[in-house]
Design a protein around this ligand. Structure first.
Ligand code: GLU
Length: 296
């Protein structure tokens, strides 16, 4: 399967926050890094709100994202993009994947998987235990029948997908050529049980739709790119270049979290912090005590 690769065209970069909490210094660092990457190359910078988690997305967080980014001195090209307005696109992509036979319904619940984890243990991936492919072994007809009446999600059959695509590569600006290895994350969820689409499918479809040339984002999403590359090949989408930058971590080495109030941009803004000074310090990699950059 072939996918087009962007060459010698205009640079288009996006910042794609999920509005399920207040932005913190880690987001400010990521937004500025993506923004500068675009602007230093006379490129476009887009703001895309990834509001597909219907239970957790809230309008006040969207408002705060826009205000915080403007406060930091960032501007974007065109209107703010909302993933919640593009659900039909994702449904169409999901239907294509189903037709290709690379998705399967999964009836496992969080508690049934926890029980497996406790009795047998599950292989750990970068984002937690990997799905042990239980439902991939179900008889197809029986699974289709169960899917008409039982709650389920749809998972990517990574083995099957790779059989169709063959070996794939992608390029990371900092780490060079990568051979796609989606097994690192395993049979990820493509259509969740209680949401219209997963992050993996929505982001892949949108990066193509928005003609993103360079995906500039934190290295915590490096492993996800292996999955995105496979989805691009299956859906015959162009392949952007990737730049996975280090992320801000606390004293324990953990990524800053949305609940860490001390680093919330809204609190800093409302507390009278000077945004110009703050963004200059972030650009020079100067961070508050206890916060550093993750190792590459
Ligand atoms: N929405 C994701 C997040 O807030 C980022 C998506 C991306 O940059 O690919 O972590």
């Amino acid at each position: 399967m072939s996918s087009r690769v962007y060459v010698n065209q205009d640079v288009v970069v996006r910042f794609a926050p999920s509005p399920n909490g207040w932005l913190h210094l880690g987001h400010a660092y990521a937004a500025i890094t993506a923004y500068d990457y675009a602007r230093e190359r006379d490129g476009k910078f887009l703001l895309r709100i990834e509001d597909i988690d219907l239970g957790r997305s809230r309008p006040e967080f969207v408002e705060a994202i826009v205000t915080d980014l403007r406060w930091l001195g960032l501007d974007w090209d065109g209107e703010v993009i909302f993933q919640s307005q593009r659900l039909a696109n994702y449904a169409e992509a999901a239907a294509r994947l189903k037709e290709m036979g690379v998705l399967y319904p999964c009836f496992c619940t969080r508690s049934s998987l926890q029980a497996v984890q406790q009795s047998k243990g599950l292989r750990l991936g970068p984002d937690g235990p990997l799905y042990p492919r239980i439902c991939s072994h179900l008889d197809k007809r029986e699974a289709a029948e169960r899917a008409t009446k039982e709650p389920h999600c749809w998972r990517l059959d990574v083995e099957q997908a790779l059989e169709l695509t063959g070996e794939l590569t992608w390029h990371d600006d900092l780490r060079g050529e990568q051979v796609a290895d989606p097994a690192i994350l395993g049979d990820v969820i493509i259509i969740p049980k209680d949401n219209p689409v997963s992050y993996h499918l929505a982001v892949t479809v949108d990066d193509a739709r928005d003609r993103i040339s360079h995906v500039v984002r934190g290295q915590d999403l490096f492993a996800s790119t292996h999955i995105h590359r496979v989805l691009q090949a299956l859906l015959e989408l162009p392949v952007p270049q990737y730049v996975h930058h280090p992320v801000l971590v606390d004293e324990t080495g953990a990524k800053l979290s949305k609940s860490r109030e001390s680093a919330s941009l809204t609190l800093l803004r409302e507390g009278g912090e000077d945004a110009y000074m703050l963004s200059s310090r972030l650009r020079k990699n100067i961070f508050p005590v206890g916060i550093t950059l993750s190792k590459a």
